[in-house]
Design a protein around this ligand. Structure first.
Ligand SMILES: [Zn+2]
Length: 141
């Protein structure tokens, strides 16, 4: 099977819970137990207070569309994703933002607006990697 996009490989130890969670349909994010802030991407030190005391929590999967772009052409040849595709920066309820795709929605600027509520959906790519994507809250539009 030809992959639609490059996937993380190998998975680094600090990101392992994120990918293990995604495979099970859970959006797992790291949170600092010293200052209480959640963050992405996963790393060994809290980006806010530099503590190494990190725990993993299951995010609600709800968030808002912080910013988006409708891509009609992808110049990086490693990506075979069918265009147009909605590239999205989603801000999770817990605070962190992640770069993802908005799916199950017409890639039409009239149907998308910043701050619209979105929810996570999981798209399996390989046995190891499932990617968290987002759709409009309440399902496909
Ligand atoms: Zn911290």
């Amino acid at each position: 099977m030809e992959l639609e996009r490059p996937l993380p490989h190998p998975i680094t130890p600090e990101a392992r819970p994120y990918w293990d969670g995604a495979r099970e349909g859970k959006l797992m994010i790291p949170r600092c137990t010293a200052c209480g802030k959640a963050f992405l991407y996963p790393r060994v030190r809290c980006p806010f207070c530099a503590s190494r005391d990190i725990e993993w929590i299951r995010a609600s999967g709800r968030g808002r569309l912080h910013a988006f772009e409708i891509a009609h052409q992808i110049l990086n040849r490693a990506f075979k994703v069918k265009t147009p595709v909605v590239l999205a920066m989603v801000e999770l309820e817990e605070g962190p933002r992640l770069l993802t795709n908005l799916v199950n929605v017409e890639p039409d600027p009239a149907r998308l607006r910043c701050d619209m509520p979105v929810e996570v959906v999981f798209e399996k790519q390989t046995e190891e990697i499932t990617l968290p994507m987002f759709q409009p809250a309440g399902g496909a539009r």
